[in-house]
Write a protein that binds this ligand. Structure first.
Ligand code: DGY
Length: 320
């Protein structure tokens, strides 16, 4: 009998058809994500699941699936999964690192440039028929080149963001659990600093840490107050890294200059007023959303499932 796999959403590319060659695959198709109770019901007889970051795979879900061998998350972040509970049950958890690094770094830069140079506002201005000719004071933004970029969380994506800063002749400061090797620091032209120094000295701060108990609200009222009033914050990691209520207040009171946000604290719900502010650029969690990247993510998730179902090692496991 073929193993049974649940895929909680349609995925781009043909990865699922590869899976169908070796397994009975049930793909959830629909406008709405599976609710928790639907997930619990559908996972019961499954050997594997390919999950999205919106599917909470906690103890109760894991307990309802006695045959489950692998949870392949279609994301690099896996804060939606209780990895300890999975490990206790011998369930392998995998993610999709590397394949989305460059796309996510590109989007961080798109937000950074977009907010600093007021790209969405400019676009709206032209569409509204307000463009009446060149003016010295029209839609002035802030220069990006030669400024200081602060990277919080210098993993793969943080590094890719820092690498791009070289082309803008920026100084890069970073805060991370561990210091990079001297070779890597030289390569990236990045300097390891304390958290407070990064907050106080950066013109742009980009967040690239995973969501954990330590990183939750790493940016709150106090941290925003330490930032330069001309500084911008960019978040393409996870919304709860920023206290969104405190951020909205800081943006309204011009405590900082602006924000570029791809992720939100209570996604997809936004903090009231956030979408009314002129000094933010907002995106609907599309950091990895290129065709090429999403196809690669699907292939990696499927390959992880196939490997585990064949009794081989997962390619990108995250269990300790
Ligand atoms: C991730 O992979 O964690 C992103 O948030 C979605 O691609």
């Amino acid at each position: 009998m073929k193993p049974k796999v649940l895929v909680t959403s349609e995925l781009p590319g043909d990865a699922i058809s590869r899976l169908e060659a070796i397994a009975d695959v049930k793909v959830h198709i629909g406008e709405h994500d599976l609710t928790k109770s639907q997930l619990i019901e559908q996972i019961q007889d499954k050997d594997a699941v390919i999950s999205l970051l919106v599917n909470e795979i906690d103890k109760s879900v894991l307990q309802s699936a006695p045959n489950l061998k692998v949870v392949a998350n279609y994301a690099v972040g896996f804060n939606n999964i209780d990895v300890d509970a999975a490990t206790e049950r011998n369930v392998v958890v995998t993610n999709t690192p590397d394949v989305l690094t460059e796309a996510t770094a590109d989007l961080a830069w798109a937000l950074l440039l977009g907010i600093a140079r007021r790209v969405p506002e400019s676009d709206q201005f032209v569409r509204d028929g307000k463009f009446e000719g060149w003016k010295p004071n029209l839609l002035l933004g802030r220069s990006v080149h030669g400024k200081t970029l602060g990277v919080i969380g210098m993993g793969r994506i943080g590094e890719a963001v820092a690498k791009r800063a070289k082309g803008f002749d920026m100084e890069v400061l970073y805060y991370n659990r561990r210091q990079l090797s001297v070779k890597k620091e030289n390569e990236l032209n990045a300097r390891y600093v304390g958290f407070e120094e990064l907050l106080r000295s950066s013109d742009f701060i980009s967040l690239h840490a995973p969501l954990t108990d330590e990183s939750y609200h790493i940016i709150g009222k106090e941290e925003l107050t330490m930032m330069k009033s001309s500084a911008y914050i960019i978040n393409t990691s996870r919304g709860p890294l920023i206290d969104e209520g405190a951020l909205v207040k800081a943006l309204v009171d011009n405590v900082i200059a602006g924000a570029g946000l791809d992720v939100f604290e209570r996604e997809p719900v936004l903090e009231p007023v956030l979408d009314q502010l002129p000094n933010v650029v907002l995106a609907p969690h599309v950091g990895s959303a290129t065709i090429e990247t999403r196809v690669e993510m699907a292939n990696l998730a499927v390959d992880n499932v196939i490997n585990v179902l064949k009794g081989l090692k997962a390619i990108t496991p995250v269990n300790p």
